[in-house]
Structure formats: C-alpha cells, structure tokens
Design a protein around this ligand. Structure first.
Ligand code: UDP
Ligand code: MN
Length: 313
C-alpha cells in the first residue's frame, strides 16, 4: 500500500517536472526576440563565424529600422541631357541602400519619358513618377549662367502637391528631402533624417565657392546661431537645398508653402524654410554639423558628336 502511494507521488512529481521543463523551454524560446539572439545561441551547431553573425545582425537591424522609421520622400527634379541616365543611375543605386525611402521623380517635360520610366521600373525602389514642364520663360538657355533662373521650381511644387493629395496628416509618418539628381549622397545623410522632428540641417560639401557650407552652432546651447556660406550668409536660412529635410507633418499642414519664381534668386531655400521654422528651432544633425554627408557636385557637360542608334544611354 505504502509502496503504491509512493509510486503515485513519484509519477505525479515526474509529470509536474516535465510540464515545468516544457514551459521553461517555451518561455526561453519566446524570450528570444531576435533572430541574431537565436543564431548566437545555436552558433556552435550552425558553425557560424563571428562575421556571419554580424551580417545577420545587420540584416535584422535593417528590417527593424524599416519598421520603426519614417518614410523618406526624396524629391528629385530631372531633365533630359546626355548625362541624365548616368546621374539617375548613380542616385537610384544610393537609394537602394536606404530601406525606408520613397523616391518621387519629377521630369521637367510635357510627358513621362521611357528613359526615366525604364530606370524606375528596373530600380526595385518604391517610387512615384511625375512630370511638370518648366514654363519657357523660366527655362535656362544653354549660354545663360546657372544662377540666372530658378531651377526645379515647377517639379518640386508638383511633388509637394502629390504629397498633399496622397498622404494624410497624423497618419503618414515621413520626412521630405529635396534630392537633386546631380549631387553625391552618403547613405548616412538618410540615417540622420530619421531623427528629424521638425526641420533638420547639416553641412553640404562643395557649394557656394567653399569646400563646404555649414550651419554654425552655439557652443553652449548647441543651437544654430548662423551660417558659414559662400553667398549671403545673412539670409534667414543660408542653406543649400541638399542641406535640410522637413518633417512630413509640417509639409502637410502648411499647404501654402511652395517654391515660387517670385522669390529672389538664391532665396528659394531660405524663403521655403521660413514657412516652417525659425533659426533657433533648427535641428543640427550629422554630429552637430561636423560631418559632410552630401556634396553639391556638378557633372561636366560631355562633348557628344555622334549618336549610336538603338542604344539608350
Ligand atoms: N532641373 C530641371 N530642369 C532644368 C534644370 C534643372 O528639372 O531645366 C533639375 C536638375 O535635374 C536638378 C535640379 O533641378 O535635379 C537642380 O538643377 P541644377 O543641378 O542644374 O542646379 P544647381 O545645382 O546648379 O543649383
Ligand atoms: Mn546641381
């Protein structure tokens, strides 16, 4: 009799232990929130090297990054010239390294061209393809100096209109960046944009006759107190188009904010930014404006004396 009771007790205890073990196993599995953690736990069986683990971790980070960060709406005005495909190829491949980007390409043309359409479909990016022709009175003539006319006005306004018609204030989370097709971008500039609450600013290399233009920060407060700029540093915002990005909420709430041919030459950026913020409210990024992550490069116009038929260049 005693023996039987002891056996029951033993089996009962055994069952409890098994259930407990199983539940511990289960919780520890569900505690493994990340793939890299799981891989790390089993790295011996999987024979993973430290480098492979690092790569997995980076992939995982990127996936999370995509989930948690705003969409960067990169607005690119573009127009036909021999280097157009080369320029767009260069920046589209930079954008392929940015997981949370939506590229808005606006052609300065009466219609959407096959060249740009093909490039976009082959890019594997999330994109919107628009077109808006610059009125002839504003179009730059071949021999005109570049500063003589506003460039990209029509196209950037068309992108702003698209954003305002297609996105919802409070629902869509994003940042808007005006990304000219001929500049050079380090992918880090897009990582900086993820931090923007209102308007973020950073240095731009090779612009305004300087090796770089940059906001100048007050050492004590860390706020922008002025600008180092090759031209009119006294402008309210002496910042190149490549040197700032704006939170989508601001773009969607200030529906009156557009670029205009009426703005004084060289004041497009300054006047546009004035709709949204003040110098004191600017958010300095790129390590307190100590790093250059974007360059205002310009591509030399190539001499093209002949056209090979049947090749899209
Ligand atoms: N752009 C355009 N139509 C034009 C001239 C320029 O759409 O007639 C675009 C160009 O592709 C670029 C942006 O506007 O994305 C700024 O032009 P550009 O680079 O010539 O200006 P800059 O760098 O000299 O300020
Ligand atoms: Mn340019």
């Amino acid at each position: 009799m005693k023996y039987k009771r002891f056996a029951y007790l033993f089996v009962g205890l055994g069952v409890i232990v098994v259930i407990w073990k199983l539940s511990v196993l289960e919780t520890s599995v569900s505690n493994l929130k990340t793939l890299p953690q799981a891989l790390d736990l089993h790295k011996d069986q999987l024979e993973l090297t430290q480098r492979q683990l690092m790569i997995f971790e980076q992939i995982h980070k990127k996936t999370n990054y995509f989930r948690n960060y705003p969409v960067i709406y990169a607005v690119t005005p573009t127009y036909w010239r021999h280097v157009q495909k080369a320029e767009l190829t260069r920046i589209s491949q930079t954008l392929q390294l940015v997981p949370n980007v939506h590229w808005i390409v606006v052609e300065d043309s009466d219609y959407k061209t096959d060249l740009v359409r093909n490039l976009l479909t082959e890019s594997d990016l999330i994109y919107t393809h628009l077109n808006a022709k610059t009125p002839p009175f504003e179009k730059l003539k071949d021999k005109d100096p570049r500063w003589k006319r506003h460039r990209g006005v029509e196209q950037r306004n068309t992108a702003l209109k698209w954003l305002r018609e297609n996105l919802k204030l409070g629902k869509d989370k994003g940042v808007v960046y005006f990304m000219d097709d001929d500049n050079t971008y380090n992918v880090r500039v897009f990582q900086e944009m993820n931090k923007i609450k209102t308007v973020g600013v950073w240095p731009v290399g090779l612009v305004g006759g300087l090796n770089a233009e940059t906001p100048v920060l007050d050492k004590k407060t860390g706020k922008v107190m002025g600008y180092r700029s090759g031209w009119r540093p006294d402008r309210p915002f002496a910042i190149d188009m490549a040197g700032f990005a704006i939170n989508l909420d601001l773009i969607l709430s200030r529906t009156d904010a557009v670029f205009s041919y009426k703005m004084e030459k060289g004041y497009q950026e300054s006047e546009f930014l004035s709709y949204f913020t003040t110098k004191e409210q600017l958010e300095p990024l790129a390590d307190n404006c100590t790093k250059v992550y974007v360059w205002h490069t310009r591509t030399e116009k190539p001499v093209v004396n002949g056209i090979v038929p049947g090749l899209e260049v």
